[in-house]
Write a protein that binds this ligand. Structure first.
Ligand SMILES: [Zn+2]
Length: 107
């Protein structure tokens, strides 16, 4: 089994890549249309010194948990973090069981 990325043509023989349509060279799920969610964090524990940041999560067909993107974008303020979110998304306030650093999610 192998997976050829439709964007950069890199070939992966990793069965997880094949199943999820993930390209390690693009660092992206290039094979499938996926639902993206953007979460704004304040002082995330895994990023000391960062006040605000946003991270994209992908909801993939056949994968139970949303998968975090490798890329995280820091921001100086909440307004600056919101300015990094793509337009035309809907804001969801944090949920009771979210990580304490989660401020809000856009999808
Ligand atoms: Zn690729």
């Amino acid at each position: 089994m192998s997976f050829a990325c439709p964007v950069c043509a890199a070939v992966s023989h990793n069965p997880n890549d094949e199943r999820e349509g993930y390209c390690g060279r693009c660092h992206d799920w290039t094979a499938r249309e996926t639902l993206s969610m953007w979460t704004i964090y304040r002082r995330p524990r895994d990023m000391p010194g960062v006040e605000w940041c946003i991270r994209r999560w992908r909801v993939l067909p056949g994968v139970q948990e949303p998968q975090p993107d490798v890329l995280v974008f820091p921001a100086e303020t909440l307004a600056a973090a919101r300015a990094l979110i793509p337009l035309h998304l809907t804001r969801l306030p944090r949920q009771p069981d979210d990580d304490p650093a989660v401020v809000e999610t856009w999808l």
